[in-house]
Structures are given as structure tokens and as C-alpha cells.
Design a protein around this ligand. Structure first.
Ligand SMILES: Nc1nc2c(ncn2[C@@H]2O[C@H](COP(=O)(O)OP(=O)(O)OP(=O)(O)O)[C@@H](O)[C@H]2O)c(=O)[nH]1
Ligand SMILES: [Mg+2]
Length: 345
């Protein structure tokens, strides 16, 4: 499975497009019969140069349009993530503006081909071709901000991971700094960035779990931390985590840090847990497993305090130390059992 944005290639600036098109324009010359009068030779040569330039410009602009997938046909995960990162309407409009330039360039070419055809001296033909290049330049330059915008979109969309929507996804979620990425690194092939600072993970990150036969069993999705606050106040980073929960989770691992080490109060983590439980697990019937991390640091009273606030017993949650891997094997076995039941209920 590949990300649909994989073929969204680097978008050139107006200047780069023009430099390339005009320098290439002279490299392919028209093949001319020897007996042709000089004026006719010059005219044909200049028309060929114009044709080369306009063909290259149109090819390059068309390539941008073709390299962006049809947003309306994308699976919800990709479509919504793209909208979150770049605004799909603005992206569509920008592509529409690029598309609108193509007939303008074609018309200009026809106009100048006619003009050169009517010229009666070679110098004039050369001047007309220069004028044509000038007109093309100003049309393409008007697109410069649109081209810059498209390049910004490409940079943002390029990192969307190639989530395989055909296999189950374990989405790891929770407050910032609780050890989600450390756990994802243990559960899967992913090597996500881990640090003691919150919001280290800024986008959805993907790893896959493979059994000993190296067949892909399930994928593990690392998400950015989410804060306990109204949805309208959440930023794009947090919203990506919500989107993963909303669109691709087969099962949610909600990670708690019962210690003060994450820098966030347990009560806030519990509020977030209830929100996710109600909005995703309950409403969409997505199973949710509570994982209590950092048991190497946690005191008994911190753990008991968390369990009593959750009104759960020890047997209903999984305790791990993601840093050293303690009990992670049990969690993997739990997930494998879960996947088997999902595949062969
Ligand atoms: N002692 C201890 N430290 C841990 C454990 N798990 C993670 N950490 C540490 O906690 C810090 C945060 O870990 P991350 O895995 O980056 O946390 P995260 O939830 O992905 O954080 P964000 O991406 O910022 O939301 C790092 O310094 C980890 O080394 C654990 O089980 N025990
Ligand atoms: Mg992280």
C-alpha cells in the first residue's frame, strides 16, 4: 500500500519553469529543407522554438495536476487528513488555476504563430518570438504564488504515511509525553522519535507488526498527544490523532502515565480518556484497551489512585514499562488474540 500523495512531485517556481522551458526550446531545432528561402527558414525556426517552449510549459503544468490524486475519490482517512493539513478546497482551487493557464498558453502560441507567419523580414520574426516568450513569462509568473502554495501542500502531504486500509490498525493514543511513541517502537517496526518533551510526535506515524513468517499482521499507528480541551480549541497536531481514532482504528490503546513525569495531571488524562471512550469506543464500537505505562516509576498509591478514579480493577488494564519492554510481550499477545478473533470470529 502506498500513500496516494506519493507521486505529488516537487512543484517548481515560475522562474524555474520558465528557465527550463526557454533553455530547452532552442535545443530541438526544426528540420528544414535546404532550398527554403532564408525568411521562411527563420520563421519556421522561431515557430518551432515557440512550440517547444509552450509544449514544455504545458507538460510541466499538466504533470502537477496529474500528480495530485482526485481528492473526492480518496478513502476518508486520506481525504480528511489532507483537508486538515492543507484545506482541500484551496488545493482544488489552486489546481484549477493552473489548469486555467494551459488554454491561455495555447491561445498565445496560435496568435504568435500567425503573427510570425505574416512577417516579411527575419528580424521581425525573431522579435515576435521574444515578445511571445515575454507574454508566456508574465502568464506563468502570475501563477507564482499558486505554485508556491502547491509546493507547500506537497511538503505537508508528502509525509502522510502509507496506511494499509485492508489490515487492522492499532491506534495508540493519550496525553502528550506519556510514552506512546516508546510503546509503538516496541510493538512494531517503527522507530518513532521519543523525547522527554511533550508534542514530540507531530503527525501520524506508522509501523507494522510482523510475525515470525514476516507476514504483516497489523499496523500500529503512533499519534500526537491530545490535550483535554474542547475540540474547537485543538490544534492541527491534536486533530490528526482524533482523525486516526475516527477513521482507521480497529482497536485503541489508551496510554496513561500515572506518575508526574509526563508533566500532565492524571485527572486531565482521565477526562481525555472519557471523551475518547464516549466518542469513539462507545459510539463507533471500537474496542479500547487501557495501558498503564511507566510502572517502573509509578508508586503503588499512584497506580491505585488511577484505578479507583477509573473505577477499574487491576485485571481490566495492562501495566507496562515501555522503556524497558516489561509486559509488552503480554500486550502483543493480547493484540494477536484480538486480531485472530477479528479475522476468524
Ligand atoms: N521511566 C520510564 N520512562 C518512559 C517510559 N515510557 C516512556 N518513557 C519516557 O517518557 C518520555 C516520553 O516518551 P514518548 O514515547 O516520547 O512519549 P509520547 O507519548 O510519544 O509523547 P508525545 O509524542 O510528545 O505525545 C521519554 O523521555 C521516554 O523515554 C517508561 O515506561 N518508563
Ligand atoms: Mg510521541
Amino acid at each position: 500500500m502506498k500513500s496516494p500523495f506519493e507521486k505529488f512531485y516537487r512543484v517548481w517556481t515560475a522562474q524555474e519553469l520558465l528557465d527550463y522551458a526557454f533553455s530547452k526550446a532552442s535545443s530541438k531545432t526544426a528540420s528544414l529543407p535546404k532550398m527554403l528561402p532564408n525568411l521562411e527558414k527563420v520563421k519556421r525556426k522561431e515557430i518551432k522554438r515557440m512550440e517547444n517552449a509552450v509544449t514544455i510549459l504545458i507538460e510541466k503544468l499538466s504533470l502537477i495536476i496529474k500528480s495530485v490524486p482526485n481528492l473526492d475519490e480518496l478513502p476518508a482517512f486520506y481525504r480528511k487528513l489532507s483537508h486538515l493539513l492543507v484545506d482541500n478546497d484551496e488545493l482544488r482551487n489552486a489546481l484549477g488555476r493552473i489548469n486555467g493557464v494551459i488554454p491561455v498558453l495555447k491561445r498565445l502560441f496560435k496568435q504568435y504563430r500567425r503573427k510570425i507567419g505574416q512577417q516579411i523580414n527575419p528580424k521581425q520574426a525573431g522579435l515576435s518570438r521574444t515578445e511571445f516568450f515575454g507574454r508566456c513569462s508574465s502568464v506563468v509568473r502570475q501563477m507564482d504564488s499558486t505554485l508556491h502554495f502547491l509546493e507547500e501542500c506537497r511538503v505537508k502531504l508528502h509525509d502522510i504515511p502509507p496506511v494499509d486500509l485492508e489490515i487492522p490498525s492499532v491506534v495508540v493514543a493519550g496525553y502528550p509525553n506519556v510514552g506512546k511513541s516508546t510503546l509503538v517502537g516496541r510493538l512494531s517496526s517503527a522507530k518513532p522519535q521519543v523525547s522527554e518533551y511533550p508534542f514530540t510526535t507531530k503527525q501520524i506515524y506508522l509501523g507494522s507488526y510482523r510475525d515470525e513468517y514476516d507476514s504483516k499482521f497489523f499496523q500500529v499507528i503512533d499519534t500526537p498527544g491530545i490535550l483535554d480541551r474542547p475540540m474547537s480549541q485543538r490544534n492541527t497536531i491534536e486533530k490528526q490523532a482524533i482523525l486516526a481514532l475516527n477513521t482507521i482504528a480497529s482497536i485503541i490503546l489508551f496510554v496513561f502515565d500515572p506518575t508526574p513525569s509526563s508533566g500532565y495531571e492524571v485527572s486531565k488524562q482521565i477526562n481525555l480518556y472519557h471523551e475518547i471512550r464516549e466518542n469513539f469506543a462507545d459510539d463507533f464500537e471500537i474496542p479500547l484497551k487501557i495501558v498503564i505505562n511507566k510502572i517502573d516509576l509509578a508508586s503503588d498509591s499512584e497506580i491505585q489512585d488511577l484505578l479507583s478514579q477509573l473505577q477499574l480493577s487491576e485485571s481490566e488494564v495492562t501495566f507496562i514499562n515501555a522503556k524497558d519492554g516489561k509486559n509488552v510481550e503480554d500486550l502483543i499477545n493480547y493484540l494477536l488474540e484480538f486480531m485472530k478473533e477479528q479475522l476468524h470470529p
